[in-house]
Design a protein around this ligand. Structure first.
Ligand code: C5P
Length: 241
C-alpha cells in the first residue's frame, strides 16, 4: 500500500544532528507539533540518543533511528529485535539482500508492526568513482536501482534515496515502496555539503513520501517557523498528487 500521511506534517523528518541530548530535547520542545518524525543518527545514538528515543516514543512522538545496520544475518536479526522493542517508527539498514531479508523475517514475526524498515541504497556522498573504488562494477544510478529492486523484493517498507533519483525509482519500483529523501532545501537556503538538492515541493512532485531536513531547520533563528514553512510547502505539493 502506498504511504499514507494523516497530515502533511507527518511527511517532515527533522534530523536531530546535534551534539547532546540536552540540545536535542530543546529542539524537540521548540518544534513539537510542527514536525512529524524526529531522526536520531550516529552522533546522538552514541551520546545517550537511545534513551532519548525511548522518551520520545513514550511521549507519543515518532522516531527514526538512522543506524544504517549491516552485519551477518544473525547479528542484523538480533539488532532489529532489540530495535523493535524500542518502539521506534523507522530504522535504516544498508540495502544488502541478505541483511534486508534477515531484518524482514524478524519484523514479520514480531507482535507489533510499528517499526518500518528502510534500505539505504547508495550513500549520496558516493559518486561513480567512489563506487568503482569500493569494488562495484557499474554506475551509481544502476546500483541504486538494483538495490531499490532488492529492497522491494525482500519485503522492506521503503528506501532512502536522493530526491534526484526519486522519480525514476518510483517509476521502477511502483507505488508501494516508501521513498525517504534527504538533500532537501527550501528555496534560497544554504545547501551546505549537499550536492544535489531539491526544494520540498520539488521532492514531493518527484515522488518522495517523506523528507529529511536538518540544517535548514536546526540553523534557523525561528526553528518552529522554519518547520511550519516546509510543512506548508509539502501541503501545497501534496494536493497536486
Ligand atoms: O542538514 P541536512 O538537511 O543536510 O541533513 C540531512 C540528514 O539526512 C543528515 O542527518 C544526513 O546524515 C542524512 N542523510 C543524507 N544523505 C543520505 C542519507 C542520510 O543527507 N544519503
Amino acid at each position: 500500500m502506498p504511504f499514507v500521511a494523516a497530515s502533511p506534517r507527518d511527511r517532515l523528518i527533522l534530523a536531530l544532528d546535534v551534539a547532546s541530548v540536552t540540545e536535542a530535547e530543546r529542539i524537540v520542545e521548540e518544534t513539537r507539533g510542527e514536525v512529524g518524525v524526529y531522526k536520531i543518527g550516529y552522533r546522538l545514538v552514541f551520546a545517550g540518543g537511545l534513551a532519548l528515543a525511548e522518551r520520545l516514543v513514550a511521549a507519543g512522538e515518532k522516531v527514526f533511528l538512522d543506524v544504517k545496520l549491516l552485519d551477518i544475518d544473525n547479528t542484523v536479526a538480533e539488532g532489529i529485535e532489540s530495535i523493535l522493542a524500542l518502539g521506534v517508527d523507522w530504522v535504516t539498514l544498508h540495502a544488502y539482500p541478505k541483511a534486508m531479508r534477515a531484518a524482514v523475517a524478524v519484523r514479520d514475526r514480531a507482535s507489533h508492526r510499528r517499526t518500518k524498515l528502510l534500505g539505504v541504497t547508495v550513500l549520496t556522498s558516493m559518486d561513480d568513482a567512489d563506487v568503482a573504488a569500493a569494488g562495484y562494477a557499474g554506475r551509481v544510478e544502476e546500483l541504486v536501482l538494483a538495490r531499490a529492486k532488492d529492497a522491494a523484493a525482500a519485503g522492506m517498507d521503503g528506501i532512502v534515496c536522493s530526491p534526484a533519483e526519486a522519480a525514476r525509482l518510483r517509476a521502477s519500483v511502483g507505488p508501494d515502496l516508501v521513498l525517504v529523501t534527504p538533500g532537501v532545501r527550501p528555496a534560497g537556503a544554504d545547501a551546505g555539503d549537499q550536492k544535489r538538492v531539491m526544494t520540498p515541493a520539488e521532492a514531493m512532485r518527484a515522488g518522495s513520501d517523506l523528507l529529511v531536513v536538518g540544517r535548514p531547520i536546526l540553523a534557523a533563528a525561528d526553528r518552529r517557523g522554519a518547520a511550519r514553512a516546509i510543512v506548508e510547502e509539502i501541503a501545497g505539493a501534496a494536493v497536486e498528487r
